[in-house]
Design a protein around this ligand. Structure first.
Ligand SMILES: [Zn+2]
Length: 96
């Protein structure tokens, strides 16, 4: 059983969150305290994090495809791929 270091509530392991304080120390806290400390509720936070991860993979995939197109089809395709990668990046960061 874990204990929230902010309010002292007992937490289920799946409920417990690790919050990194401004001084770099890590604390175990509950979702309610997470919201109090960060001003963002945990679902929103998790959603943004997941979204950022998906953007990262999408961009990585585009870069790989760009590199491949560059080597197999020439620099025009490489430039096109970079433009496409930037578009993917901007659209996915705006979708948040
Ligand atoms: Zn708490």
């Amino acid at each position: 059983m874990l204990i929230c270091s902010e309010c002292g509530r007992q937490l289920e392991e799946k409920e417990a969150l690790v919050h990194k304080a401004a001084d770099g120390s890590k604390k175990i806290i509950c979702p309610a305290c997470f919201e109090k400390l960060t001003g963002v509720d945990y679902r929103t936070f998790a959603y943004r994090k997941e979204n950022a991860r998906q953007t990262f993979f999408a961009v990585l995939f585009c870069l790989a495809a760009t590199g491949y197109a560059f080597y197999t089809r020439g620099w025009e395709w490489g430039v096109g791929g970079i433009v496409l990668t930037l578009l993917v990046y901007f659209f996915s960061s705006k979708a948040r």
